[in-house]
Design a protein. Structure first.
Length: 299
């Protein structure tokens, strides 16, 4: 029992922790998450007359970049799932004659950057016919291995440590795998998962009660339908009975309210019924009393 309580306590703490992380993520990025608009690095370069500092880009946290010149890829991580694309890093050449790293993992983005790279080297002005616009979080290149790969690629391109190098090297990257959509995805997963864990029992109970009410309503509806069917089966359709009756066959049934006279079954009885007026015409009045022609009413 103690171990069960301890286990529930851990789940409760984990759920609270997930909710706190989700709320913290939203608090730090709520403007970007709600607006979905990231500042364009291309416009920042133009507005700053091509003297934009890397720290200014990093201060924006999330940026947009349209790539029209690419110097190729320099690092790649294998996908965690077999057959999936891993993170691939490229060197983007910006309009202020500076370079920065770009991180993508979508197959279409990788193919597009490979195409832009080929066209960049084939063009005299280093601008390709194709472009790719990405959006994501801006980070410093803090990973040691990644920075070494970046430097090695720039050395092979004759940019780093070159005597007449006029290309500015920015040790920052834009991560297209961390953007507005991913922020909302993680927020929903963390916050929603935490709420479900915390209020799971209440949610399950509410759903169970709702399902019981639905089933009870269906049973009640079925019961009433069965009762209506039974009542309809017991009801006799007199029109149908009358239509099926053969009126050509003489019946021996006698009316309890009248005497049929001679030639009927009643006429054959041992004692004939009492007649009024000894054969005289008699009839009933509207009030139910018997009147004999020529005499007063018999009361």
């Amino acid at each position: 029992m103690y171990s069960g309580i301890k286990y529930q306590g851990r789940i409760f703490v984990t759920a609270i922790f997930c909710i706190i992380i989700a709320l913290g993520m939203f608090a730090l990025n709520y403007k970007y998450m709600l607006s979905g608009k990231a500042k364009s690095i291309n416009k920042m370069l133009y507005d700053s007359h091509y003297e934009l500092d890397s720290d200014t880009i990093l201060a924006e946290k999330y940026c947009m970049l349209t790539i029209n010149s690419c110097l190729g890829g320099f690092a790649e991580r294998e996908g965690k799932v077999e057959g999936a694309n891993g993170d691939t890093y490229y060197i983007a050449l910006l309009d202020d004659n500076s370079v920065m790293a770009v991180k993508v993992n979508k197959a279409e983005d990788i193919d597009k950057l490979d195409t832009i790279t080929s066209e960049t080297y084939a063009s005299k002005d280093f601008y390709s016919e194709h472009t790719l616009t990405i959006e994501g979080r801006v980070n410093e290149l803090y990973d040691k291995d990644l920075t070494e790969f970046y430097d090695d690629a720039l050395k092979q391109l004759g940019i780093k440590d070159a005597e007449n190098n006029k290309v500015k090297i920015r040790y920052i990257s834009i991560d297209a795998t961390d953007n507005n959509r991913m922020l909302w995805f993680f927020f929903i997963v963390l916050f929603g998962g935490g709420v479900i864990v915390l209020f799971g029992d209440a949610i399950v109970t509410a759903i169970s009660k709702a399902e019981k009410r639905r089933l009870a309503a269906l049973e009640e509806s079925s019961r009433k339908a069965a009762e209506r069917s039974a009542a309809a089966a017991q009801h006799v359709n007199m029109n149908a009975v009358n239509a099926s009756f053969d009126h050509s066959v003489k019946s021996d049934m006698l009316s309890v309210d009248s005497y049929l006279g001679e030639g009927t079954a009643m006429d054959k009885e041992a004692e004939k019924p009492v007649r009024f007026g000894d054969g005289e015409r008699h009839e009933r009045t509207k009030d139910g009393k018997i009147s004999i022609a020529g005499t007063n009413l018999i009361k």
